[in-house]
Design a binder for this molecule. Structure first.
Ligand code: GTP
Ligand code: MG
Length: 209
Protein backbone atom coordinates (compact mmCIF):
# COMPACT_ATOMS: atom_id res chain seq x y z
CA UNK A 1 0.00 0.00 0.00
CA UNK A 2 1.29 3.44 -0.87
CA UNK A 3 2.17 5.69 2.03
CA UNK A 4 2.30 8.73 -0.19
CA UNK A 5 0.20 11.71 0.76
CA UNK A 6 -2.49 12.52 -1.77
CA UNK A 7 -2.69 16.02 -3.18
CA UNK A 8 -5.20 17.46 -5.63
CA UNK A 9 -3.87 20.21 -7.86
CA UNK A 10 -5.96 22.28 -10.23
CA UNK A 11 -4.58 23.60 -13.49
CA UNK A 12 -6.38 25.84 -15.98
CA UNK A 13 -5.32 25.69 -19.63
CA UNK A 14 -5.97 28.86 -21.63
CA UNK A 15 -5.17 30.14 -25.11
CA UNK A 16 -6.66 30.95 -28.50
CA UNK A 17 -8.87 28.55 -30.36
CA UNK A 18 -6.99 25.93 -32.34
CA UNK A 19 -3.60 26.27 -30.64
CA UNK A 20 -3.84 22.67 -29.40
CA UNK A 21 -4.98 22.84 -25.77
CA UNK A 22 -7.25 19.80 -26.04
CA UNK A 23 -4.67 17.93 -28.14
CA UNK A 24 -1.93 18.50 -25.55
CA UNK A 25 -4.18 17.18 -22.81
CA UNK A 26 -5.26 14.17 -24.86
CA UNK A 27 -1.65 13.37 -25.62
CA UNK A 28 -0.66 13.74 -21.98
CA UNK A 29 -3.54 11.82 -20.43
CA UNK A 30 -4.60 9.33 -23.13
CA UNK A 31 -1.49 9.22 -25.34
CA UNK A 32 -3.70 9.95 -28.35
CA UNK A 33 -3.65 12.55 -31.10
CA UNK A 34 -6.29 13.39 -33.68
CA UNK A 35 -5.79 15.59 -36.74
CA UNK A 36 -9.44 16.46 -36.66
CA UNK A 37 -10.40 19.74 -35.03
CA UNK A 38 -13.36 19.68 -32.69
CA UNK A 39 -13.84 22.95 -30.82
CA UNK A 40 -14.13 22.66 -27.06
CA UNK A 41 -17.44 23.92 -25.77
CA UNK A 42 -17.50 25.42 -22.30
CA UNK A 43 -14.90 23.75 -20.10
CA UNK A 44 -14.19 20.29 -18.83
CA UNK A 45 -11.43 18.60 -16.91
CA UNK A 46 -9.39 15.42 -17.04
CA UNK A 47 -7.26 14.03 -14.25
CA UNK A 48 -3.94 12.29 -14.12
CA UNK A 49 -2.16 10.85 -11.13
CA UNK A 50 1.57 11.18 -10.78
CA UNK A 51 4.03 10.67 -7.96
CA UNK A 52 6.14 13.68 -7.03
CA UNK A 53 8.56 13.25 -4.13
CA UNK A 54 6.53 11.96 -1.19
CA UNK A 55 3.17 12.92 -2.73
CA UNK A 56 0.70 11.25 -4.99
CA UNK A 57 -0.52 14.19 -7.03
CA UNK A 58 -3.86 14.16 -8.82
CA UNK A 59 -3.53 16.75 -11.50
CA UNK A 60 -6.96 18.11 -12.41
CA UNK A 61 -6.47 19.76 -15.78
CA UNK A 62 -9.19 22.11 -16.97
CA UNK A 63 -9.52 22.41 -20.73
CA UNK A 64 -11.26 25.58 -21.88
CA UNK A 65 -12.83 26.93 -25.05
CA UNK A 66 -10.63 29.28 -27.05
CA UNK A 67 -13.59 30.38 -29.15
CA UNK A 68 -15.41 33.17 -27.42
CA UNK A 69 -18.86 31.98 -28.42
CA UNK A 70 -18.20 28.67 -26.65
CA UNK A 71 -17.00 30.22 -23.40
CA UNK A 72 -20.44 29.60 -21.99
CA UNK A 73 -19.50 28.48 -18.50
CA UNK A 74 -17.96 31.78 -17.57
CA UNK A 75 -14.85 31.65 -15.48
CA UNK A 76 -16.14 30.45 -12.12
CA UNK A 77 -14.03 27.33 -12.47
CA UNK A 78 -10.84 29.43 -12.36
CA UNK A 79 -11.33 29.61 -8.62
CA UNK A 80 -8.93 27.54 -6.58
CA UNK A 81 -6.45 27.15 -9.43
CA UNK A 82 -2.91 26.23 -8.44
CA UNK A 83 -1.39 26.96 -11.84
CA UNK A 84 -2.43 28.46 -15.18
CA UNK A 85 -0.95 27.06 -18.40
CA UNK A 86 -1.07 29.43 -21.37
CA UNK A 87 -0.78 27.89 -24.83
CA UNK A 88 -0.02 29.50 -28.19
CA UNK A 89 0.79 28.17 -31.65
CA UNK A 90 4.37 29.05 -32.72
CA UNK A 91 3.09 29.31 -36.32
CA UNK A 92 0.32 31.83 -35.61
CA UNK A 93 1.37 35.32 -34.51
CA UNK A 94 -2.10 36.28 -33.32
CA UNK A 95 -2.13 33.42 -30.82
CA UNK A 96 1.06 34.86 -29.34
CA UNK A 97 -0.20 38.45 -29.39
CA UNK A 98 -3.30 37.51 -27.40
CA UNK A 99 -1.25 35.98 -24.56
CA UNK A 100 -1.29 39.32 -22.75
CA UNK A 101 -5.10 39.23 -22.75
CA UNK A 102 -5.31 35.65 -21.48
CA UNK A 103 -2.75 36.38 -18.77
CA UNK A 104 -4.51 39.57 -17.67
CA UNK A 105 -7.97 38.08 -17.89
CA UNK A 106 -6.99 35.13 -15.74
CA UNK A 107 -5.54 37.39 -13.05
CA UNK A 108 -8.52 39.72 -13.23
CA UNK A 109 -11.06 36.93 -13.02
CA UNK A 110 -9.35 35.37 -10.07
CA UNK A 111 -9.68 38.80 -8.49
CA UNK A 112 -6.05 39.37 -7.78
CA UNK A 113 -5.45 42.60 -9.63
CA UNK A 114 -8.65 44.23 -8.38
CA UNK A 115 -7.93 43.43 -4.77
CA UNK A 116 -4.40 44.75 -4.91
CA UNK A 117 -5.33 48.01 -6.66
CA UNK A 118 -5.19 51.12 -4.54
CA UNK A 119 -7.26 54.28 -4.25
CA UNK A 120 -10.44 55.78 -2.80
CA UNK A 121 -13.42 53.87 -4.05
CA UNK A 122 -17.14 54.62 -4.07
CA UNK A 123 -19.21 52.39 -1.78
CA UNK A 124 -20.40 50.02 -4.45
CA UNK A 125 -16.88 49.41 -5.66
CA UNK A 126 -15.69 48.96 -2.11
CA UNK A 127 -18.30 46.27 -1.55
CA UNK A 128 -17.21 44.64 -4.79
CA UNK A 129 -13.65 44.76 -3.60
CA UNK A 130 -14.57 43.06 -0.34
CA UNK A 131 -16.33 40.28 -2.23
CA UNK A 132 -13.25 39.88 -4.35
CA UNK A 133 -11.06 39.78 -1.29
CA UNK A 134 -13.25 37.05 0.16
CA UNK A 135 -12.95 35.11 -3.08
CA UNK A 136 -9.22 35.67 -3.08
CA UNK A 137 -8.86 34.17 0.37
CA UNK A 138 -11.12 31.29 -0.60
CA UNK A 139 -9.13 30.73 -3.75
CA UNK A 140 -5.92 30.87 -1.77
CA UNK A 141 -4.33 33.07 -4.38
CA UNK A 142 -1.82 35.70 -3.51
CA UNK A 143 0.26 38.12 -5.47
CA UNK A 144 -0.17 38.36 -9.28
CA UNK A 145 3.59 38.55 -9.63
CA UNK A 146 3.97 35.20 -7.95
CA UNK A 147 0.90 33.32 -9.18
CA UNK A 148 2.35 30.42 -11.17
CA UNK A 149 1.88 30.52 -14.90
CA UNK A 150 3.61 28.41 -17.52
CA UNK A 151 3.78 29.03 -21.27
CA UNK A 152 3.63 26.32 -23.93
CA UNK A 153 4.57 27.09 -27.55
CA UNK A 154 2.82 24.26 -29.41
CA UNK A 155 2.90 22.76 -32.95
CA UNK A 156 6.67 23.03 -33.36
CA UNK A 157 6.49 19.97 -35.65
CA UNK A 158 4.77 21.81 -38.50
CA UNK A 159 6.92 22.09 -41.60
CA UNK A 160 9.95 21.03 -39.56
CA UNK A 161 9.82 24.37 -37.78
CA UNK A 162 10.13 26.35 -41.04
CA UNK A 163 6.72 27.96 -40.77
CA UNK A 164 7.11 29.25 -37.24
CA UNK A 165 6.61 32.98 -36.86
CA UNK A 166 7.37 33.33 -33.15
CA UNK A 167 10.99 32.69 -32.23
CA UNK A 168 12.01 30.98 -29.03
CA UNK A 169 13.74 34.19 -27.97
CA UNK A 170 10.60 36.26 -28.45
CA UNK A 171 8.60 33.81 -26.35
CA UNK A 172 11.25 33.72 -23.63
CA UNK A 173 11.40 37.53 -23.57
CA UNK A 174 7.64 37.62 -23.01
CA UNK A 175 8.00 35.10 -20.18
CA UNK A 176 10.77 37.19 -18.60
CA UNK A 177 8.58 40.30 -18.77
CA UNK A 178 5.85 38.50 -16.80
CA UNK A 179 8.09 37.50 -13.92
CA UNK A 180 10.07 34.60 -15.37
CA UNK A 181 7.32 32.27 -16.45
CA UNK A 182 8.73 28.84 -17.39
CA UNK A 183 8.56 28.08 -21.13
CA UNK A 184 8.25 24.79 -23.05
CA UNK A 185 8.05 24.17 -26.78
CA UNK A 186 5.80 21.23 -27.54
CA UNK A 187 4.18 19.11 -30.19
CA UNK A 188 0.97 17.38 -29.20
CA UNK A 189 1.13 15.57 -32.54
CA UNK A 190 4.58 14.08 -32.08
CA UNK A 191 4.36 13.86 -28.30
CA UNK A 192 7.36 16.13 -27.99
CA UNK A 193 7.99 17.68 -24.54
CA UNK A 194 4.39 17.04 -23.44
CA UNK A 195 5.24 14.95 -20.35
CA UNK A 196 8.03 17.31 -19.19
CA UNK A 197 5.73 20.32 -19.63
CA UNK A 198 2.94 18.81 -17.53
CA UNK A 199 5.40 17.53 -14.93
CA UNK A 200 6.71 21.06 -14.62
CA UNK A 201 3.13 22.34 -14.30
CA UNK A 202 2.48 19.84 -11.50
CA UNK A 203 5.68 20.79 -9.67
CA UNK A 204 4.94 24.50 -9.96
CA UNK A 205 1.39 23.97 -8.76
CA UNK A 206 2.63 21.84 -5.87
CA UNK A 207 5.09 24.50 -4.81
CA UNK A 208 2.26 27.05 -4.82
CA UNK A 209 -0.14 24.89 -2.90
P1 GTP B 1 -10.40 25.18 -28.94
O1 GTP B 1 -11.03 24.01 -28.26
O2 GTP B 1 -11.25 25.75 -30.02
O3 GTP B 1 -10.01 26.25 -27.95
O4 GTP B 1 -9.03 24.66 -29.65
P2 GTP B 1 -7.81 23.86 -29.00
O5 GTP B 1 -6.78 24.82 -28.51
O6 GTP B 1 -8.30 22.88 -28.01
O7 GTP B 1 -7.16 23.11 -30.25
P3 GTP B 1 -7.20 21.56 -30.59
O8 GTP B 1 -6.43 20.75 -29.60
O9 GTP B 1 -8.59 21.15 -30.84
O10 GTP B 1 -6.34 21.52 -31.95
C1 GTP B 1 -6.70 22.27 -33.08
C2 GTP B 1 -6.12 21.62 -34.32
O11 GTP B 1 -4.71 21.65 -34.28
C3 GTP B 1 -6.52 20.13 -34.48
O12 GTP B 1 -6.78 19.88 -35.85
C4 GTP B 1 -5.29 19.36 -34.03
O13 GTP B 1 -5.15 18.13 -34.69
C5 GTP B 1 -4.16 20.33 -34.42
N1 GTP B 1 -2.99 20.23 -33.53
C6 GTP B 1 -2.98 20.35 -32.19
N2 GTP B 1 -1.74 20.23 -31.71
C7 GTP B 1 -0.93 20.03 -32.76
C8 GTP B 1 0.48 19.85 -32.91
O14 GTP B 1 1.27 19.85 -31.95
N3 GTP B 1 0.95 19.72 -34.19
C9 GTP B 1 0.14 19.74 -35.27
N4 GTP B 1 0.70 19.59 -36.47
N5 GTP B 1 -1.20 19.90 -35.17
C10 GTP B 1 -1.72 20.05 -33.94
MG1 MG C 1 -10.14 22.48 -27.28
Amino acid sequence: MSTRRRTLLKVIVLGDSGVGKTSLMNQYVHKKFSQQYKATIGADFVTKELPIDDRLVTLQIWDTAGQERFQSLGVAFYRGADCCALVYDVNVMRSFDTLDNWHEEFLKQTNIIIVLSQGNLPRRQLLWKCINLFNLIKANLSDPRTFPFILLGNKIDIDGGNSRVVSEKKAKDWCASKGNIPYFETSAKEDYNVDPAFLSIAKIALANE
